[in-house]
Design a protein around this ligand. Structure first.
Ligand code: FES
Length: 112
């Protein structure tokens, strides 16, 4: 699988428990921070592609605004339904900057 690392704007990082939306090379990204750890997901509901980041957050569970599918922001795993999940995106820090690998999204051409 092809990697494509994109630098994250340091001004767009979420506070603990917050969800923010970002776009890197036309790929919508959902960012959150849980237990001090930054997490990145493709901001695309597994049901019908709606930006999950526009949904409601309660604890670590985010609910898609369209049809109420729910995901656990700690892992991206589906809560309801359990079989679906958000696509987790790898993160790395280099020279004090954070990079996100969006290659898996680009490879599947799912860029909403
Ligand atoms: S698009 Fe998210 S639940 Fe339908």
């Amino acid at each position: 699988m092809t990697e494509q690392w994109e630098k994250l704007d340091s001004n767009h990082q979420p506070w603990e428990g917050e969800v923010v939306s970002e776009e890197l090379a036309t790929v919508p990204i959902l960012l959150t921070r849980i237990d001090g750890q930054l997490k990145a997901y493709h901001d695309c509901c597994a049901h019908n592609g709606v930006r999950v980041s526009t949904g409601h957050v309660e604890g670590t569970i985010i609910t898609c605004p369209a049809h109420k599918w729910q995901y656990d922001l700690r892992s991206g795993e589906g809560v309801n339904p359990k079989k679906m999940r958000l696509r987790s995106l790898p993160l790395m820090t280099r020279d004090g900057e954070i990079y996100i690998d969006i290659g898996s999204v680009i490879a599947t051409k799912v860029t909403l």
